[in-house]
Design a binder for this molecule. Structure first.
Ligand code: BGC
Length: 348
């Protein structure tokens, strides 16, 4: 079968290659891949900056944002041939740590988790893959063109769940939400905020293309001018860019009790002077919280599936700005000026 593979650590090694059929040990369900989404993590892996092949393999099959169709499933496993499914990315570590032991692998404590398409496990960017039912999530057939957005939605569902858990440390009636970055993660985080009836503001540097209208169409407000003004006295900030200057601008710029959730993975290497004492003063005197959030467990995929099911499908379709055929898959790599999310079509 054909698969998109890389030699991790080796820039320029990404290719459409022939790979053996998926091994039975990956699970009893056989899934035909329909779409694979490309994100910043895939681009980092392809540039040789991230990712690890499975033990004993040189190449890693990439792809962690997926939508597929079940070809074979054991009787009574909750799935049947024809169902649409998304594969969960992370697998618990083998020790297991206290969180992985209870299915909270997104909070793995020892770093020995594996991730499909990223860390020590082949991903979903192959014509077929195998999976165990407990790591597959069913998607409503109405989402057959957009279900590939479930993985990024699971990541922001987790971020929102943790924001709310932190908020509940005291009486909490949030109103203003500020989101940096109108890429897929920022827009899906904004969607959840508006579904909760909050006053959502999204900041991005672009002034044209689809992003301003996508933000307006979910009832949120788009900003591209001064980040400090746009942030205002936010109760919740979700930082989705990983850009150092934006991170520094939002910390200490919230209302008292404000919560800043960092979701963007920065590349590092750029130092900025900061007044740590001033940041500390603002966090302490305001009871403010800054925390990081990555990945998602099964519960977050399930709430993510509900978020997508409640959303306007035509709005979700507009997030997928390009659908690239498998034969020319590398066209999905370079982001075009008006791109939000580019996907690769396997079998649709
Ligand atoms: C994925 C997460 C993963 C993270 C770190 C992100 O792009 O969406 O599932 O945990 O990369 O590898």
């Amino acid at each position: 079968m054909r698969a998109i593979t890389v030699v991790p650590g080796s820039a320029g090694s990404a290719q459409l290659t022939e790979m053996p059929d998926p091994p039975l040990e990956d699970g009893p369900m056989l899934v035909q891949t329909m779409y694979i989404g490309m994100c910043g993590t895939d681009r980092e892996i392809i540039h040789g900056d991230y990712g690890t092949a499975p033990a004993g393999d040189d190449r890693l099959i990439i792809g962690h944002e997926s939508l597929g169709r079940v070809l074979e499933a054991p009787a009574d496993c909750g799935f049947a041939a024809g169902d649409l499914v998304v594969g969960i990315v992370r697998r618990p570590d083998a020790v297991p740590c206290p969180n992985c032991a209870i299915g909270e692998w997104d909070m793995c404590r020892n770093g020995q988790y594996t991730e499909r398409g990223i860390k020590e496990r082949h991903g979903f960017a192959s014509e077929r893959y195998r999976i165990r039912p407990e790591f597959a999530v069913k998607v409503d057939p109405a989402l057959h063109r957009v279900g590939v957005l479930l993985e990024p939605t699971s990541v922001v569902s987790k971020a929102w769940e943790h924001i709310e858990r932190i908020g509940s440390r005291a009486r909490w009636t949030p109103s203003r939400v500020f989101i940096t970055g109108a890429g897929p993660i920022g827009l899906l985080a904004a969607l959840i905020g508006t579904q909760r009836g909050l006053d959502v503001h999204v900041f991005d540097r672009v002034t044209d293309g689809p992003k301003p209208q996508l933000v307006a169409d979910i009832g949120a407000t788009y900003h591209s001018d001064s980040i400090e003004l746009a942030c205002g006295a936010a109760d919740v900030v979700i930082e989705c860019t990983g850009v150092s200057q934006l991170i520094l601008s939002v910390i200490g710029n919230t209302s008292p009790g404000g919560i800043v959730c960092l979701t963007g993975v920065s590349s590092g290497g750029r130092a900025f002077p900061i007044d740590a004492g001033q940041v500390n003063r603002s966090l302490v005197l305001g009871n403010e919280v800054v925390f990081g959030s990555v990945n998602a467990n099964r519960r977050h995929y399930e709430t993510g599936a509900e978020v997508l099911a409640r959303a306007d499908v035509s709005w979700l379709e507009r997030l997928i700005t390009r659908r690239v055929p498998l034969d020319t898959w590398s066209d999905a790599l370079a982001l075009q000026p008006d791109d939000v999310k580019a996907t690769i079509e396997f079998a649709v």
